[in-house]
Design a protein around this ligand. Structure first.
Ligand code: LMR
Length: 394
């Protein structure tokens, strides 16, 4: 039986991670996988996470199962961080999931259960695993225009023209903030137009929210999700705590289902529990518990917000420094978009050959579509990257 297995396509981001690890050069720079690194190149455990872990170690008395959708306190705390008071709590169902990817997967499974004929509309481009999971589940998919290669901003006209084609009941997957892989984002006026389009076509929004707090701040990054939640009767949100709590390997995510009324909310909640039971029974608890402790303790929360803000501002400074260094190295303003982009990533517009040369000649690793992870840089590596980009002629 196992002999009959087929070779599966390798995930490009994870493949790059391995190539970087295998590269013996000292001067290599990893701008591939979306993991935050501080100025010393390490991915630190946030100080509030460490404090919460110590408290948890003292206080935790059992490792018995939680509920199928995790501890309800986690769902309540994270839903509130994301949704604020944009929607009444009795319309909000939620389930803890293994990371943001787990939440995306369960969201799409839920769609498959209730609307197997729905087409999933993905931004062009999107996080490659969106395409992969949709395909794996056998769901239909189409792309909507998103990125304008010429301006390195959003092709908003193209996007709205495509959104008008979405059929009622089709699913529109949106990046709530910090678009991955491009770094180009909609402004709030444009988000209001998206909400109008969704209301008009009857399409169903699925928001992937993996970077809240990494773009313009915790509140600003949640604003598009809140706007849609306040305007539309139903939607799904797949949220990740990997980045904003730095707990990547703890696999901490939440799938939120906003229902039109309390009765449908209960039905949704029961279906989320059923789906978890089929796939893995109980979701991981450690990371979810830390997040709950941090969000519900005013002191820890204030310190977490401060640390997250330091991280965010650090990334913004790196963006500005990189845009300046590129101006100097290339004698042109064409990389100004890097300072305007938000989140961990920017797609810089290098060809696959140039990306390859950056890796082989300069030891600089970025994804083949020229997505670079800003949070993989530091003040010393920015000028090296800028010079290398100029050298390969991007
Ligand atoms: C990324 O896009 O690099 C991250 O979301 C990590 C991953 O799982 O791909």
């Amino acid at each position: 039986m196992l002999n009959d297995l087929k070779t599966q396509p390798q995930d490009k981001i994870l493949m790059l991670m391995q190539m970087y690890r295998d590269d013996p050069r000292d001067q290599k720079i990893d701008l591939g996988v979306g993991v935050y690194r501080n100025a010393d190149g390490v991915t630190p455990i946030m100080r509030t996470v460490k404090t919460a872990e110590k408290q948890l170690w003292e206080a935790e008395t059992t490792k018995a199962y939680t509920g199928l959708t995790g501890d309800p306190a986690f769902g309540a705390a994270l839903s509130s961080l994301i949704l604020g008071d944009s929607v009444p709590a009795d319309r909000v169902a939620s389930a803890a999931e293994p990371g943001g990817t787990g939440a995306v997967r369960q969201a799409l499974e839920l769609v498959k259960m209730t609307a197997p004929e729905a087409t999933i509309w993905l931004s062009d481009p999107t996080w490659p695993n969106h395409n992969s999971i949709v395909k794996y589940l056998g769901l239909k998919t189409r792309n909507y225009r998103y990125f304008d290669e010429a301006t390195r901003g959003v092709d908003f006209e193209g996007m709205m023209a495509d959104l008008a084609q979405v059929a009622p009941g089709d699913v529109l997957l949106l990046h709530g903030c910090c678009h991955n892989p491009t770094g180009a984002n909609l402004n709030m006026t444009e988000w209001a137009d998206v909400a109008d389009a969704l209301a008009k076509t009857g399409a169903f929004p699925l928001i992937d929210l993996a970077y809240q707090g990494f773009g313009d701040g915790l509140e600003a990054d949640a604003a598009p999700t809140r706007l849609l939640a306040s305007r539309l009767s139903e939607m799904l949100i797949a949220a990740s705590c990997s980045k904003n709590f730095g707990i990547y390997r703890e696999r901490t995510g939440l799938l939120i289902g906003i229902a039109p009324d309390a009765k449908t909310r209960d039905l949704t909640q029961a279906n989320l529990a059923f789906l978890n039971r089929q796939n893995f029974s109980f979701p991981p608890d450690h990371g979810a518990r830390l997040v709950t402790m941090i969000l519900n303790d005013p002191g820890l929360r204030a310190d977490w917000e401060a640390e997250l803000e330091e991280t965010r501002l650090g990334m913004l400074r790196l963006r500005e420094q990189l845009a300046d260094e590129l101006r100097r190295a290339t004698g042109s303003d064409r990389f100004g978009f890097i300072a305007a982009h938000r989140g961990m990533f920017s797609r810089i517009g290098a060809s696959p050959e140039q990306v390859e040369r950056l890796r082989t000649e300069h030891g600089i690793y970025m994804v083949g579509d020229s997505r670079l992870n800003i949070a993989g840089l530091n003040e010393k590596t920015v000028p090296i990257l800028a010079q290398a980009i100029a050298d390969v002629g991007v």
